[in-house]
Design a protein. Structure first.
Length: 223
């Protein structure tokens, strides 16, 4: 299979899983809020971050399918970050992926809440998924994503970006590396307890990506 076919196939799998997850929420989430969540989550994108979760797991010798919920969670965290990043108080963008940004369609309040809901939904997905994955492995992956997405990772990097406007790309480091590799790498920790996949894979493979959490999630689960 060529790389293009691989990426298309994995992106399609992620899209299906995300759509199924949102459909499950139709009876329990306020319709306007759910519409805003789906609007941003289903907007056209390459799905590179969740694909990196699956690819990291495969590179470590694991099956990709059990990691699909974690891959979806990474995409939810990434989408939340984009919604908030586009707000007038942040980057004040009108367009995202060729369509109006969330706050332009739903207003700032609903956009903020949609981002909040996607962030928390990501942790619901990770904590309730993973059939056949030991609880301690799920917890390790969840912890890595939480750190990578929070004040020590993506949020901290966004803060540095705001405080150092125009300084350059160096301040973006905190926004770039951790979530994709976090999900894929923790799977393997038991066999290689001293190996830090967020450095070995995240720093090299995911450096250019704004969302910080992909390879660690897979390695936490593989441990």
């Amino acid at each position: 299979m060529g790389i293009d076919d691989y990426l298309r196939g994995r992106a399609a799998r992620i899209d299906r899983a995300l759509a199924e997850r949102m459909a499950e929420r139709r009876s329990s989430v306020e319709p306007r809020l759910l519409e805003a969540m789906e609007y941003s989550l289903s907007s056209p994108g390459k799905r590179l971050r969740p694909i990196l979760v699956l690819a990291s797991a495969e590179a470590l010798g694991a099956e990709a399918e059990p990691l699909v919920p974690f891959a979806c969670a990474v995409e939810m965290v990434h989408t939340y970050s984009l919604i908030h990043d586009d707000l007038p108080a942040m980057d004040d963008d009108d367009l995202r992926r060729g369509q109006p940004t969330s706050h332009k369609v739903f207003g700032e309040a609903i956009a903020i809440l949609a981002g909040d809901a996607l962030l928390t939904e990501a942790f619901v997905v990770m904590s309730s998924a993973g059939e056949g994955i030991a609880a301690e492995r799920r917890l390790a992956a969840i912890a890595e994503v939480a750190v990578a997405a929070g004040a020590q990772g993506m949020v901290g990097g966004q803060t540095a970006d705001i405080l150092a406007e125009g300084v350059g790309a160096a301040v973006r480091r905190g926004r770039c590396c951790a979530p994709p590799c976090a999900s894929g790498g923790s799977w393997r920790a038991r066999e290689r307890p001293n190996w830090d996949p967020s450095h070995a894979m995240g720093m090299r493979s995911a450096w250019g990506f704004k969302s910080p959490m992909t390879c660690s999630t897979s390695s936490a689960i593989r441990s």
